[in-house]
Design a protein around this ligand. Structure first.
Ligand code: TYD
Length: 232
């Protein structure tokens, strides 16, 4: 089955959340999931690295820093391996069943963390992503944007009880470089990506996210009605 056929068969909606440390992704995903569920939608909340048993096993290797000594190329391949398992075991089946999938980090994290700040060649990163997702491209990506300093301060506060992971222990310049890399992705793919100012109050951010998602939900409902009619 080729990528186009697979995507055409998809009847759900795939939304990813991206951004640096402390941008509030998990809070906003939870809020959006609650809002959509209250409206009767079938919502799957998931995250990367992880989201399936195979990918969760790889998550531990990546975030503990155990793979760091083997180099950023090895890490990029492991992220892609975890992603492929997550896509095939969890995301694709959920989309085929018509669910709204909300995923905390996805391909853009690899482009930014391994590609830009890891200095890996863009062609290598893109080839890995193509293999990992095999056509399961997000319909919408919300990039929660805020200055690196603000995000790191928030992440440190939150992490007072948890030790920082391998990717949080880096310098402020690296975090700022990631922010710019996300903004470049958004500029290059304006149809898929939306930059959301994450320096504002939680409620304001949630409202903006819902405004972005609403038309996609309406389209989804139309698509599902059409599919049901063509089957019935
Ligand atoms: P996590 O604890 O899930 O935190 P966060 O709240 O920042 O999402 O950590 C995931 C870390 O893994 C995060 O620092 C970004 C990094 N990462 C990559 O480097 N590449 C990837 O492809 C993904 C999905 C995550």
């Amino acid at each position: 089955m080729n990528a186009e056929t697979r995507v055409a068969e998809r009847s759900g909606l795939f939304v990813t959340f991206e951004g640096g440390e402390g941008a509030g992704k998990s809070t906003q995903i939870r809020r959006l999931a609650d809002q959509l569920r209250r409206r009767g939608h079938d919502v799957l909340m998931t995250r990367e690295p992880g989201g399936s048993p195979g990918a969760e096993a790889v998550r531990h290797v990546l975030l503990s820093g155990a793979a760091e000594e083997f180099g950023v190329r090895m890490e990029a391949i492991l992220f892609a391996a975890a992603r492929n398992d997550h896509v095939e075991e969890v995301i694709r089946p959920a989309l085929e069943s018509g669910a709204i999938v909300l995923c905390d980090r996805f391909i853009d994290s690899s482009r930014v963390y391994q590609g830009v700040t890891g200095n890996l060649e863009p062609d290598f990163i893109e080839a890995l992503q193509r293999a990992a997702i095999d056509g399961v491209v997000p319909d919408c990506t919300l990039i929660l944007d805020l200055p690196a300093e603000v995000g790191l301060k928030r992440a440190r506060k939150r992490g007072a009880e948890n030790a920082p992971d391998r990717f949080e222990r880096e310098e402020i310049e690296t975090h700022e470089k990631r922010r710019e890399a996300y903004l470049e992705i958004a500029e290059a793919e304006p149809g898929r990506c939306h930059v959301v100012n994450a320096e504002r109050a939680e409620d304001e951010i949630a409202d903006e996210i819902f405004t972005i998602i609403e038309p996609l939900i309406r389209e989804l409902a139309l698509r599902q009605t059409r599919n049901a009619e063509s089957v019935g």
